[in-house]
Ligand binder design. Structure first.
Ligand SMILES: [Zn+2]
Length: 63
């Protein structure tokens, strides 16, 4: 799974008490967090709002 905001790798932070229902993921670069059951506009790059999307150079310059 990659970050919908900046496309970097994501790590799993938590998972649902009932196995396999959802996971909470966090981007290793921009720290965006989402639950896998959220709508596509929050979970996939293609549907993520362009106005809030980040490129690698933007995340690098924000550090
Ligand atoms: Zn990110």
């Amino acid at each position: 799974m990659s970050c919908p905001r900046c496309t970097a790798a994501a790590e799993q932070l938590a998972s649902s008490p009932v196995p396999g229902v959802w996971e909470i993921l966090r981007c290793v670069e921009c720290l965006y967090m989402w639950r896998t059951t959220e709508p596509a506009r929050r979970t996939t790059r293609d549907a993520y709002p362009e106005a809030f999307s980040l490129t690698r150079s933007q995340t690098d310059s924000a550090k």
